[in-house]
Design a protein around this ligand. Structure first.
Ligand code: MF3
Ligand code: CO
Ligand code: CO
Length: 276
């Protein structure tokens, strides 16, 4: 598969089927994979600090994952070279860990995906390397809140557009833009599958969220333009077109008959309403 699989043009009407996970065995598989992914995030969180290189974070994530008998899902995915994505400052997503040390004033998104017994879990958080500017803190806070506002907008049998509409409204209120070329995605037995989950309302978001749908929400909010460019040197790193800051948060969620479950969170992670 080409990397384009990660960034399906969101305006293309959705074809293909949305896998529905109906059985308790399937749902337990999803929950376990996401729970492990969340535990990995809990393990990494204290290591994301000034002076650490993103390569060191990557190595810790790799070791923790294989030590627990699981599989780093990004490693070798469409040729991606590392276990995690680390997206610093103006990097929107898919930043490749390297030997640069995190320094005060940076914001860095750490995106983790693990395969556990053939099920995938996917989540990310943006960290502040204190002290950061007021503007950086506001961007990260607004993006964290945007994820939860998107989650809370989901209704049983509602539409994917409920999510994007809520997120886009929140971003606008804060004078921020929403990245359009990258979106959330169905997840389960595959890393990326239907439905696409745009973070703004559009034709692709008209599909309904039926019981058994498992997917990610992963809004990327920018200080300036929503437009992005891919680093030609590595073919992965996505940057804001204007070089201004970008932040992202991601959870994997599962729609059941009566409620939405947020799968990639433990009691130790930043809960809804968290203040940075
Ligand atoms: N974890 C990213 C997502 O949220 C995908 C990263 S794919 C990689 O969908 F190949 F860049 F690692
Ligand atoms: Co991710
Ligand atoms: Co994702």
């Amino acid at each position: 598969m080409s990397r384009q699989g990660l960034l399906r043009p969101v305006e293309r009407p959705l074809k293909g089927k949305i896998p529905l996970y109906k059985t308790e065995e399937e749902r337990e598989g999803l929950r376990q994979a996401s729970r492990f992914n969340a535990q990995l995030m809990d393990f990494l969180r204290p290591h994301v600090k000034e002076g650490v290189t993103t390569d060191e974070i990557d190595r810790l994530a790799y070791q923790y994952t294989v030590d627990h008998g699981h599989t780093p899902a990004c490693l070798n995915y469409c040729g991606y070279p590392k276990t995690v994505c680390t997206s610093v400052n103006e990097i929107v997503c898919h930043g490749i860990p390297n030997n640069r040390r995190l320094k005060a004033g940076d914001i860095v998104n750490v995106d983790l995906t693990t395969k556990v017994e053939n099920w995938f879990g996917d989540q990310s958080e943006t960290f502040l390397i204190e002290p950061v500017s007021v503007e950086a803190r506001e961007l990260v806070q607004a993006t964290f809140d945007a994820l939860w506002i998107g989650i809370n907008a989901i209704r049983p049998n509602g539409r994917v557009n409920d999510i994007g509409r809520a997120i886009a409204r929140h971003a606008k209120k804060h004078g921020l833009s929403v990245v359009q070329e990258y979106q959330g995605h169905g997840i389960g037995r595959a890393f990326h599958q239907e439905p696409g989950v745009p973070h703004y309302p559009c034709a692709a978001g008209r599909v309904h969220i039926k019981s058994g749908t498992c997917f990610t929400i992963e809004p990327m909010l920018n200080q300036g333009t929503w437009r992005t460019k891919i680093d030609q040197a590595d073919g992965w790193t996505v940057r804001t077109a204007d070089g201004k800051l970008s932040a992202q948060f991601e959870h994997t969620v599962l729609m059941t008959d009566d409620r939405l479950e947020v799968l990639t969170i433990t009691d130790d992670g930043p809960q809804q309403g968290h203040q940075f």
